[in-house]
Design a protein around this ligand. Structure first.
Ligand code: UDP
Length: 327
């Protein structure tokens, strides 16, 4: 199969490309390198530098390569930033996604996978969170993904383009060759590892008065390779003639911020000083996914559910790339 991967130079995209190539797919990466790194693009993938806002560039890459499927990772992804810059998120994420969908249906692309988010579930009635949970976007970022999910519904209904929306919880971990390198870094695990590398003095725990056993927020940390495999399974299922679908993707287990820091201390042997700071806006107490549906329908199960393994793999990558890809 031939797959176009937007955002294939980014963290989740580049590792999915690595797994796609390992599975024998032909891959074309389309990325503007706003957050991504050219060095993260697998050498066997065709790399096209381009922006989804540029309709001509999108049209050109799709008509030239005629992919069977598209995996759409490229987007602005930070909940906090989206509250500060709602127009950037609501306009660019949605319009860029629509530009891609329009060319996709025009050229008969059969399957489309959307990187969606746990931020669709800001006020869950049940924990773990299943696909039947009501959608309450927690930010303009979550809303942009919600609207793209709705747009895909119409692409399916009107143009027979099947889709899968994959709602990620907390993606983390690394492969030997690829890992997490954001600028600025805002995610817990890479920040904690920067402390262990001596690049930061301490980690700040954003609030310890949440309604959780140790007072710090509980999240569902899912290994990036498990996420990547879910994309491949979902793409195969829709290209094989299956129906469109939506899956929540996580380990089904939660770990608190304090547990993450403690596990990183064990893995790295570094004391990792931590201090309690104020809450970060928009953080719910607990987010844990139920991945029963994808397990039941596609046989997906995390291969790396242990937090210790996840942090060890991230630590190995950070030690080998202490300044990320470019330095
Ligand atoms: N967090 C923290 N200190 C940091 C960064 C994150 O306490 O320096 C917390 C954050 O409040 C959340 C959890 O760690 O409860 C995971 O945050 P991250 O930004 O990694 O992912 P998110 O849950 O926002 O997708």
């Amino acid at each position: 199969m031939k797959i176009l991967v937007t955002g294939g130079a980014g963290y989740i995209g580049s590792i999915t490309v690595e797994r796609l190539i390992k599975a024998g797919a032909e891959v074309v990466v389309f990325d503007n390198l706003y957050q991504g790194h050219e060095d993260a693009v697998h050498p066997d993938a065709i790399f096209v530098k381009g922006d989804l806002a540029d309709k001509t560039a999108v049209e050109t890459v799709i008509s030239a390569h005629k992919p069977d499927g598209i995996m759409h990772f490229a987007s602005y992804t930070l909940v906090g930033e989206s509250v500060e810059k709602p127009f950037m998120y609501l306009r660019d994420n949605i319009v860029n996604g629509l530009n891609l969908m329009e060319s996709a249906v025009k050229h008969g692309v059969k399957g489309f996978i959307l990187s969606s988010t746990a931020n669709l579930f800001d006020d869950p009635e049940q924990m773990p969170i299943a696909e039947t949970e009501r959608i309450v976007p927690g930010s303009p970022y979550g809303e942009s993904k919600n609207i793209l999910e709705r747009n895909l519904y119409w692409m399916d209904k009107l143009y027979d383009m099947r889709y899968a929306c994959l709602r990620y919880f907390n993606a983390c971990g690394a492969t030997e060759e690829r890992g997490e390198d954001h600028d600025p870094e805002t995610h817990l695990i890479p920040l904690v590892l920067e402390v262990a590398l001596g690049q930061r003095e301490k980690i700040t725990i954003f609030g310890d008065d949440y309604n959780t056993p140790d007072g710090s927020c509980v999240r569902d940390y899912i290994h990036i390779v498990d996420l990547a495999e879910a994309h491949i399974l979902a793409m195969n299922a829709i290209l094989d003639g299956g129906e469109s679908r939506k899956y929540n993707l996580g380990n089904g287990r939660g770990f608190s911020v304090k547990e993450v820091i403690e596990t990183a201390r064990e893995v790295t042997g570094h004391p990792i000083p931590a201090e309690i700071g104020p809450r970060r806006a928009g953080d719910p107490d607990i987010l844990i996914a139920s991945s029963e549906t994808i397990n039941h329908e596609l046989g997906w199960k995390p291969k790396y559910p242990e937090l210790k393994t996840i942090i060890q793999m991230a630590w190995d990558w950070h030690q080998a790339h202490p300044h990320g890809y470019t330095k």
